[in-house]
Design a protein around this ligand. Structure first.
Ligand SMILES: *[C@@H]1O[C@H](CO)[C@@H](O)[C@H](O)[C@H]1NC(C)=O
Ligand SMILES: *[C@@H]1O[C@H](CO)[C@@H](O)[C@H](O)[C@H]1NC(C)=O
Length: 260
C-alpha cells in the first residue's frame, strides 16, 4: 500500500514536473490564436477608421456624386443638342447679345468742322463743338451742343486734346500773336445741382510768343478720372479758339467708363 502510494506520488510528481515543460506548447498555440485575432481586429479597426475619415472629409460622397451624375449629364447634353438645335442657337445668340450689353460706355469725338471761331474774343473761353457722326462714336453715351452726356453712372476717365496752330502765310491780315494765352479746361456739369454751375475738372496750357516763326503749333492734352452720374455732362472750353487745329487727330474729346 505504502509502496503503491509512493509510486503514485512519484508519478504525480513526475507529471507535475513535466507539466511546466508541456505547458509552453499549449500556451504558444493559444497565444498565436489571440495574436491572430488581435491582428485581424486591428486591421478591421484601421479599415473602419480610414472609412470614417474619408466619409467625414466628404471624399466618398464626392466620388459617389461624381460617378452618379456623370453619365445622366452627358446624356442630357447630347439630348438637347440633338433635340433642339434652333433653341440652342437662339440661346447662343442671346448670350452674345448680353455680352455686347456689358461693354463699357465710351465716346471719342473729333472737332466739328468747318470751325468758325471769331478772332476777336481772344482770352474769353469758348466751348468747342464736336463731330458726333450721328452717334456712331458714342457707346451708351449721348452728345448735345458740345457736351458728352452720361447715360450709365460710374467712374469715368475724361480726356481732351486741343492743338493750336498759326501760319503767317494763311492770314491776310497779320494777327497779333506776340502774347497768346492758350488754355484748355474740361468742365463737369452736375445734373443733380439745382442751379447748374460747371466745375473745372482739369486745366492746362501755356503763354506763348508766336511772332518769331512763320508756322507755330502747340498742343494741350489732359485727362483724369471722375465719378459721373446719369445725365451729367462734360465739355471743353478753350481760349483763342480761332487758332484751333481742325484736324481730327489734333483736336478731340473723349471719355470711357472704368468702373462703377
Ligand atoms: C461764322 O460765325 C459768324 C458769327 O460769329 C457768322 O456771322 C457766320 O455766318 C458764320 N459762318 C459760318 C460759315 O457758319
Ligand atoms: C464755356 O464757353 C462758353 C462759350 O462758348 C461760355 O458761354 C461758357 O460760359 C463757358 N463756360 C465756362 C464755365 O467758362
Amino acid at each position: 500500500m505504502a509502496a503503491n502510494d509512493y509510486r503514485a506520488y512519484l508519478r504525480n510528481h513526475i507529471d507535475m514536473e513535466e507539466a511546466p515543460a508541456r505547458a509552453p506548447h499549449t500556451g504558444s498555440t493559444h497565444r498565436a490564436l489571440i495574436f491572430g485575432t488581435l491582428a485581424v481586429m486591428g486591421l478591421l479597426q484601421v479599415a473602419s477608421s480610414v472609412a470614417i475619415l474619408l466619409h467625414l472629409t466628404g471624399y466618398l460622397r464626392e466620388v459617389d456624386l461624381a460617378s452618379a451624375q456623370q453619365s445622366p449629364n452627358e446624356e442630357m447634353h447630347s439630348e438637347t443638342l440633338i433635340a433642339d438645335p434652333i433653341k440652342s442657337f437662339k440661346e447662343k445668340k442671346e448670350r452674345c447679345r448680353q455680352k455686347k450689353d456689358t461693354r463699357m460706355p465710351s465716346a471719342h469725338l473729333p472737332i466739328k468742322t468747318p470751325t468758325n471761331f471769331s478772332t476777336k474774343d481772344r482770352n474769353d473761353l469758348t466751348m468747342i463743338l464736336w463731330e458726333d457722326f450721328h452717334g456712331s462714336n458714342l457707346k451708351k453715351m449721348k452728345y448735345r451742343e458740345g457736351r458728352i452726356l452720361v447715360d450709365e453712372p460710374g467712374y469715368y476717365y475724361v480726356y481732351a486734346k486741343t492743338c493750336f496752330r498759326y501760319a503767317e502765310v494763311h492770314d491776310r491780315d497779320k494777327e497779333d500773336v506776340s502774347n497768346l494765352q492758350l488754355f484748355q479746361y474740361i468742365f463737369h456739369e452736375k445734373h443733380t445741382q439745382s442751379v447748374i454751375k460747371p466745375v473745372v475738372l482739369t486745366k492746362s496750357g501755356g503763354t506763348l510768343q508766336w511772332n518769331i516763326a512763320n508756322y507755330n503749333m502747340y498742343c494741350v492734352e489732359q485727362g483724369r478720372g471722375v465719378q459721373l452720374t446719369k445725365a451729367d455732362g462734360v465739355f471743353v472750353n478753350v481760349s483763342n479758339a480761332w487758332l484751333l487745329d481742325p484736324a481730327a487727330e489734333g483736336t478731340y474729346f473723349g471719355t470711357f467708363k472704368i468702373s462703377d
